[in-house]
Design a protein around this ligand. Structure first.
Ligand SMILES: [Fe+2]
Ligand SMILES: [Fe+2]
Length: 372
């Protein structure tokens, strides 16, 4: 091994990093370790993992030593050259290379001298970014051996980036499907698309104020738009009936809570589980007079209690087939009156203490009626 590093040392570095990497769960943490490993393997000062943006027009630094997130046009600089032409590059003197883009140095106050860049590929062979090491220590130059050593870190980094893109994609898809299903439930009953958006926002605010964690609050925000998904199974004649229901119609209508739950309950995904709970319990009431199970107090899941408040507050303030929107004063009066009856008293108190937050959301996602 014609290198300034002994094989033994080389293997020790790799092993120590592999152990740490296998304990990490988050892509960025793994990439940071790979960046650390990369610069240590070839004795360089800094390492950057560049990723091609979704629109394929830019490269951005997913992780980098000493640099905040930076974005550059995909064809810019040495890294752009490596990505555009799918080739690894070793540069001995960046500033005398016409392809070098000094913009990043200008932004960071750093002085790039030597560079080694390797394009990263996904399993389909598409280029997804580049692994770059900057400034070999002690004024030395990068060698072909360095390139080979860095290949190890770069291959692993490519895998990590690919996986994290896939996971993001799946999570994003899940959220969109859930939201769309919720919107379908609402549109069947001729509610506005913004109703589910507002319910989501109100639910999130209430969850945070109530003291739920960020993860739980976000989960509720994503699940609460599904509260009426069961309505997809309610006959149109009942769903869109103007005026009020007779007893039989009311009973059919009320089945939407359990229908929604049945649709969602078998999923093992946290998001869909939360949505199942919301669908099942959003018509329960604090005093036990709700449906379908007549649960009371804290036996109603907090997701159900919160969505109930968010849903009613929003429904009262909106025009529906069977009624006109209420005036604010009347809405607030009702919420006060239902404190400890329909609604969890703590939630009612939080609602009024932070009323401005809710009104702000209502303002932001206001319904625009296009009369056709
Ligand atoms: Fe409902
Ligand atoms: Fe609703």
């Amino acid at each position: 091994m014609q290198n300034d590093m002994e094989s033994k040392e080389f293997i020790e570095i790799i092993f120590s990093y592999i152990t740490q990497i296998s304990a990490e769960r988050f892509a960025d943490d793994i990439l940071m370790l790979l960046a650390d490993m990369g610069r240590q393997l070839v004795r360089a000062d800094r390492c950057t993992v560049w990723v091609v943006s979704k629109d394929k027009k830019h490269l951005w630094t997913q992780v980098a030593h000493g640099v905040e997130h930076i974005q550059i046009p995909i064809d810019s600089g040495i890294v752009g050259e490596a990505v555009m032409h799918n080739k690894s590059l070793i540069i001995d003197d960046a500033y005398s290379d016409a392809r070098f883009n000094p913009e990043v140095d200008k932004q960071t106050g750093y002085k790039t001298k030597t560079l080694l860049v390797i394009p990263m590929h996904n399993t389909e062979g598409e280029i997804i970014g580049a692994f770059q090491v900057v400034n070999k220590l002690d004024g030395k130059l990068f060698t072909q051996d360095d390139l080979r050593y860095i290949m190890l870190a770069s291959t692993y980094a490519a895998e990590t980036v690919t996986t994290s893109i896939l996971l993001d994609e799946i999570e994003q898809t899940q959220k969109e499907v859930v939201f769309t299903m919720g919107a379908i439930g609402e549109s069947r009953s001729k509610e506005t698309g913004n109703h589910v958006k507002r319910v989501a926002e109100y639910s999130y605010i209430l969850a945070k104020l109530y003291g739920l964690s960020e993860v739980e609050s976000l989960r509720l925000k994503e699940a609460s738009p599904m509260h009426d998904i069961g309505k997809v199974a309610i006959p149109d004649a009942i769903l869109n009936k103007p005026g009020s229901f007779n007893i039989e119609e009311r009973l059919v209508m009320n089945t939407h809570a359990e229908l929604g739950y049945d649709m969602l309950k078998s999923s093992s995904r946290a998001l869909l589980k939360a949505a199942a709970t919301v669908a099942y319990e959003h018509h329960e009431k604090w005093d036990g007079s709700g449906y379908p199970r007549r649960l009371a107090g804290e036996n109603i899941h907090i997701y159900g209690r919160i969505t109930a408040m968010a849903d009613v507050f929003d429904a009262l303030g909106s025009d529906r087939v069977y009624k006109k929107a209420w005036e604010d004063e009347k809405i607030f009066e009702l919420i006060h009156k239902e404190r400890g009856k329909h609604f969890d008293p703590k939630l009612v108190d939080l609602f009024f203490e932070h009323l401005d937050k809710f009104l702000h959301v209502r303002e932001k996602f206001t319904d625009r009626f296009d009369h056709e």
